[in-house]
Write a protein that binds this ligand. Structure first.
Ligand code: T6T
Length: 324
């Protein structure tokens, strides 16, 4: 009997490993749908995902819309679902508006992982609510990022004066959380007044003119927090156009080369760089792990690198400047 059981066990092992080998022989196709295609943040994320795809022998399909807009992102998602990839990585452009469209992927049996942004509350696989079906959420801790921005701006303005947040639009999980963290942290600085948030629809020209209008109404404006790449670039341009370089302090979220140039010229004080390549890398690896029968963490947090004039040339910092 013992010998028979042992033979059975050996047989079972052989069977399992041959299934695993078979699974790994298959070349998986993973789609990455960014918030928009022309954004150094997502371009860098794509590079991370490509590196991971190469490492595990998967194929990466990168397809997105030219603007950060659910109306443009949903047709891209529909087209991707029709191609039946093995998994979808997506940065949903709205917490609510992408829920139903992503349910179609789930109904088609395509596992969904969200990267950068989330749908619903971002707490997945809890059995609660109608938006907990994605397998994992891989992103920066955006509330923490907003807190870091608040502390940096408070320091830059000597803990007193008027500031505001230049933001994208309500409903985007990442930038909503950055604003939340920023405002909450600012409660620790009684000398600072946080003015009304200006929403720019991810248009840096709009952000620049909003900065100038806020400055016209508040000539004692002390600082601004640009809550993402386009908000920060626009706010910095607005400060420059208002002739306030160095007087109105700018804290930027995201770190494309243009923001780094602004740090060097003194227009931007601090940039909070996310690690988008890590988000892409771990997104792809998580999808692959799931597809090959591994359990995966429901959330993975990636880090930040805070850049300023003094450290931005150091290689260990400069490696986190986004790619164009
Ligand atoms: O800040 C990133 C990203 O995290 C956010 O969700 C949308 O804006 C960016 O892509 C930068 O433009």
């Amino acid at each position: 009997i013992v010998t028979a059981l042992a033979a059975l066990a050996v047989g079972a092992t052989v069977l399992t490993s041959s299934i695993a080998a078979h699974a790994q022989d298959k070349k998986f196709t993973v789609a990455l749908i960014p918030g928009l295609t022309t954004d150094g943040f997502y371009i860098t994320m794509r590079k991370g995902a490509e590196a991971a795809a190469k490492a595990v022998g998967a194929e990466l399909v990168f397809q997105g819309a030219p603007e950060f807009n659910p109306v443009l992102q949903v047709p891209v998602l529909d087209a991707i679902i029709a191609r039946k990839p093995d998994a979808i990585l997506i940065a949903p452009t709205d917490k609510v508006q992408l829920v139903e469209p992503l349910k179609k992927a789930q109904a088609a049996g395509i596992p969904v992982i969200t990267v950068d942004t989330f749908i619903g509350t971002g707490n997945y696989q809890t059995g609660a609510g109608d938006a907990d079906f994605p397998l994992a959420y891989i992103a920066s801790d955006n509330v923490l990022g907003g807190r870091i921005a608040a502390r940096s701006l408070a320091k830059a303005i000597g803990e007193k004066g008027k500031v505001f947040v230049s933001n994208v639009k309500p409903g985007v999980s990442t930038t909503d959380q950055r604003e939340e963290g920023f405002k909450d942290e600012m409660k620790n600085f009684p000398g600072i007044e946080v003015l009304e948030t200006q929403f720019n629809d991810n248009d840096s020209n709009k952000a620049a003119s909003q900065l100038q209008s806020v400055f016209a109404r508040n000539p004692d404006l002390a600082g601004v927090f640009g809550a993402n790449l386009f908000s920060a670039l626009g706010a910095a341009n607005g400060v420059q156009q208002a002739g306030q370089t160095g007087k109105v302090k700018v804290v930027a979220f995201d770190a494309p080369p243009s923001i780094v140039d602004n740090i060097k010229s003194g227009l931007v004080d601090i940039a909070i760089a996310q690690h988008p390549a890590e988000i892409g890398y771990y997104g792809l690896i998580s999808a692959f792990a799931h597809l090959t029968g591994q359990s995966i963490p429901v959330s993975i947090g990636t880090g930040f690198t805070v850049m300023d004039k003094d450290n931005v040339d150091k290689p260990e910092i400069a490696q986190f400047i986004y790619k164009d």
